[in-house]
Design a protein around this ligand. Structure first.
Ligand code: GLU
Length: 297
């Protein structure tokens, strides 16, 4: 009989694709992993379209991603939210951080930062030029948050303990770019809180973003979800599959085989006959047999 330990009716997970192109095998793995973890726990699975940076969007990509998810039999439990419609919420959060005296304008160019910085976990560490001599807000400016060197630690469900000291590992980071676009770190944190997300399951390429997100959650008084960072799919050159590395779009005429591949990638061991069934029998098996300890990490 199935263990009741897996039931967590409060579980709320999400899949948050950026509509910069069609769904590819890498994003399918994140979708399948987050969906199965939610469904295994009898929780909810939400979809959020991360189109905060409208300039990077490919027309129709969001619609296509949702269409493919539907055809793959992955149903979301609540209305899809679009970050392009949530700027007010991001502005309010930024104001709340500003009231804590932590936000400052920055007019440094990318080149200036690259020339004067040491390299951290996520590129050059901002040397704090505009914190030391405040920039005029008349000029186009980004908004940065002042970090500190307290250890931010969390226990990833797959990767175990992970910690960063933001000042020395990543530096003061941008929350709103000079062109007015809100940064991923801020938008993701505001939306995870607004959607009451309890479990964030996503690719391990975002593991090093998590301490920045926890830092913001702490400052904004938001709950901190549990995190599980899945292995990243790479191509033969070892590059993460993405639009930039020309990842092939998921082909829905071959949906079952691609779902089975995603399951194998996540270390699950479906019976061979799974390919003789259909999408609905696939999900029935996968939801019941989802086993986190089999995921390679
Ligand atoms: N939008 C991000 C991506 O497509 C995922 C963000 C997240 O899951 O927090 O890579």
């Amino acid at each position: 009989m199935k263990s009741t330990q897996s039931i967590n009716l409060n579980y709320r997970g999400r899949f948050a694709p950026s509509p910069t192109g069609p769904l590819h095998f890498g994003s399918l793995v994140a979708a399948v992993g987050s969906y199965l973890d939610a469904k295994f726990h009898h929780g909810k699975w939400l979809v959020r379209i991360e189109d905060v940076d409208l300039q990077r969007q490919v027309p129709d990509a969001a619609r296509e991603i949702l269409y493919v998810l539907e055809r793959l039999g992955m149903e979301w439990d609540e209305e899809v939210i679009y970050q392009s419609q949530r700027y007010e919420a991001y502005r309010d959060a930024l104001n709340a951080l500003n009231e804590q005296g932590l936000i400052y304008p920055c007019i440094c160019s990318r080149k200036e930062i690259a020339d004067s910085s040491i390299i951290g976990l996520n590129g050059p560490i901002y040397p704090g030029t505009c914190l030391k001599s405040p920039a005029s807000v008349k000029d186009a400016h980004a908004l940065r948050i002042q970090t500190n060197n307290d250890a931010i630690q969390f226990k990833d469900i797959l990767k175990g303990a992970y910690a960063q000291r933001l000042s020395s590992d990543v530096g003061d980071f941008v929350l709103r770019r000079a062109d007015g676009i809100y940064a991923y770190q801020l938008a993701a944190v505001v939306d995870d809180a607004a959607q009451n997300i309890t479990h964030v399951v996503r690719g391990a390429d975002l593991l090093d973003s998590t301490p920045r997100q926890i830092f913001l959650q702490q400052l904004l008084g938001y709950p901190i979800p549990q995190y599980m960072h899945l292995p990243v799919v790479t191509n033969a050159k070892g590059e993460k599959l993405s639009k930039q590395t020309n990842a092939a779009p998921i082909n829905i005429s071959d949906a079952l085989a691609q779902l089975v591949d995603a399951l194998h990638f996540l270390g699950q061991k479906p019976p061979l006959e799974i390919l003789e069934g259909d999408i609905s029998s696939f999900w029935q098996w996968a939801k019941q047999n989802w086993c986190v300890t089999l995921i390679p990490h």
